[in-house]
Design a protein around this ligand. Structure first.
Ligand SMILES: C[S@@+](CC[C@H](N)C(=O)[O-])C[C@H]1O[C@@H](n2cnc3c(N)ncnc32)[C@H](O)[C@@H]1O
Length: 250
């Protein structure tokens, strides 16, 4: 696996074209609901792995101070250009053990804790936990294994209605499932060739409980079918593909 810093610095210039925009595609505007529920102008927040700062327009107006971390200097530079005066940007590898972090009331982390190596995910979750004051809240967005399987199953439906049998579906439709059993069991799905951890709901319960959190909600952040299937037919309705939106309390 390529070093994350190099990988994300390389992506930085074309980030908006290449990386899925959760905020824009959040079909039922759930992120805003959770931010409003926990935001307060007397509270501080951290965005863990802020990318180019897509969360800032949502979070910055709701909190007194936001500290935004990312591993990529290239992305942090773009984030800075958004010009939010109450956002402080910092470069760090958030999977590092026992990272020194400010203590905050609220932590947000959107599609970062998805490393193929379990230990890295655990260490990053531990950093989120340690950054929170007692009673602090974390909202974490994670890829869903259930959604990936369901979207593939729906894709088969679409082909079937057009008269194509499962065995005749072009192989590249399912390229993201690599044939390795151990990968599959660990929820590793390849997104644009990058092995990406996808979670089951039960795994989320175990991992965050082991980190010391109380899991207060496992919600769905749903997206339109266009995000998974090119030109989806009109009959393709809910359930929609989704990421997990996890709400946690320390
Ligand atoms: C899929 S992007 C999501 C960005 C942002 N949270 C959003 O939703 O728009 C993943 C982000 O995680 C950052 N990242 C990856 N590995 C990291 C690490 N070890 N430490 C800190 N940030 C990391 C990347 O630089 C990138 O900005």
């Amino acid at each position: 696996m390529m070093n994350e810093k190099e990988h994300w610095n390389k992506i930085a210039p074309s980030y908006n074209d290449e990386i899925f925009d959760v905020f824009q595609n959040d079909k039922f505007r759930k992120l805003s609901t959770y931010f409003k529920k926990h935001g307060s102008l007397s509270k501080t927040a951290i965005d863990f792995g802020c990318g180019n700062g897509k969360s800032f327009p949502f979070i910055a107006p709701l909190f007194k101070q936001v500290i935004a971390f990312d591993i990529s200097k290239g992305l942090l530079k773009q984030a800075e250009q958004r010009g939010f005066t109450n956002v402080t940007l910092k470069q760090a590898d958030l999977t590092k053990k026992k990272l020194v972090l400010p203590k905050v009331d609220f932590a947000f982390c959107c599609n970062v804790i998805m490393f193929p190596v379990r230990k890295k995910n655990c260490q990053m979750i531990d950093n989120v936990y340690r950054s929170l004051k007692p009673g602090g809240i974390a909202v974490i967005v994670l890829p869903s294994l259930d959604s990936a399987l369901f979207a593939a199953w729906r894709m088969m439906d679409v082909y079937e209605k057009e008269g194509t049998k499962p065995q005749d579906i072009p192989k590249n439709e399912f390229d993201y499932f690599k044939a390795n059993k151990r990968d599959l069991i660990q929820g590793i799905i390849h997104i644009d060739g990058v092995p990406t951890k996808h979670y089951s709901e039960s795994e989320i319960k175990v991992m965050f409980r082991e980190a010391g959190f109380t899991v207060t909600a496992i919600d769905k952040l749903e997206y339109d079918w266009e995000t998974e299937i090119a030109l989806p037919p009109k009959w393709l309705k809910d359930p929609y593909p989704w990421d997990w939106l996890v709400e946690l309390r320390k």
